[in-house]
Write a protein that binds this ligand. Structure first.
Ligand code: CO8
Length: 261
């Protein structure tokens, strides 16, 4: 079986009241193209309203979670494709789920992949996973709340370092810094997430839903305007010369030369 980086699919299975949504585009390190994002949002909404499902687990395939939004698609995209873009609403739909969502992360978890993982209610990481927001190296910033979520949990100092350098951090660090709720050995993220999901299926659904809302009201709700500001900044940057150069350099596998035009 030959897989090419354009092939993408989302695998959905329901196991003991847990919907497992698996990103499958391994040849592109599960980079989130439109097909994958829309498939994920549709499947997550279906699971959220399915009475047979109590908890959602989002995971990757072949040792990686997701290496970000699809850079080839972003390269072709400008600021004109604004909030009406179905990809933007796919991200928003994923933020509105009532049931608990767990992200199970192995390997690369970068850019939009990291934003997806950080937006889950619980984050389970393999200790050697590589997380980060490397968008700055492409001449853009994260558009789906990544920098806010890092700043809310890590505080200004560490979040600013990560935002400006694009440096990655390990799953072990994510756990020690309080971003991840559980850390496990390489290869065990899905099993660890499933064990936690199975515990949640025995809990009180309405109370869980309201507990989730209560925690989000203390951490994220008051930052809505800031999230929106970052998303608009992301869109503005999509039309900048540095973004053109950053994404061309990624494709040409060379270092970008920023600020030259
Ligand atoms: N998009 C498209 N293709 C990708 C991506 C990506 N994000 N990541 C990897 N690929 C492709 C590569 O181009 C390569 O394709 P090909 O075989 O055709 O050359 C294939 O996957 C394998 O990649 P590598 O050869 O680079 O594999 P390595 O194991 O050497 O490296 C890395 C893996 C470190 C993950 C490397 O691929 C990498 O750095 N990827 C890019 C990471 C990145 O910059 N991510 C951020 C993207 S921007 C973003 O996510 C913005 C989010 C906005 C959210 C929007 C909200 C509204």
């Amino acid at each position: 079986n030959v897989s090419t980086s354009t092939q993408a699919s989302l695998d959905v299975s329901i196991r003991d009241q847990v919907a497992v949504l698996t990103l499958q585009r391994p040849a592109a390190r599960n980079a989130l193209n439109t097909e994958l994002m829309l498939g994920l949002a549709d499947a997550a909404e279906r699971a959220d309203s399915d009475p047979a499902v109590r908890c959602l687990v989002i995971t990757g395939s072949e040792g990686n979670f997701a290496a970000g939004a699809d850079i080839d698609e972003l390269a072709a995209r400008g600021a004109a494709d604004g909030p009406g873009d179905p990809r933007v609403s796919a991200w928003q739909r994923l933020q509105r789920l009532d049931k608990p969502v767990i992200a199970a992360v192995e390997g690369y978890c970068l850019g939009g992949g990291c934003e997806l993982a950080l937006s889950a209610d619980l984050l389970v990481v393999a200790e050697d996973a590589k997380l980060g927001q490397p968008e700055i190296r492409l001449g853009i910033i994260p558009g789906a709340g990544g920098l806010h979520r890092l700043a809310i949990t890590l505080g200004k100092t560490r979040a600013m370092h990560l935002a400006l350098t694009g440096d990655t951090f390990s799953g072990r660090e994510a756990f020690e810094w309080g971003l991840a709720s559980q850390c496990c050995e390489m290869g065990q993220a899905l099993a660890t997430a499933m064990a936690t999901a199975n515990r949640l299926t025995k809990g009180a659904p309405l109370a869980q839903r309201l507990a989730k809302r209560a925690v989000l009201s203390a951490t994220e709700e008051m930052h809505r305007q800031g999230f929106e500001m970052a998303r608009r900044s992301f869109e503005v940057l999509l039309s900048s010369p540095d973004k053109e150069e950053g994404m061309r350099a990624f494709r040409e596998k060379r270092k970008p030369r920023f600020g030259e035009t």
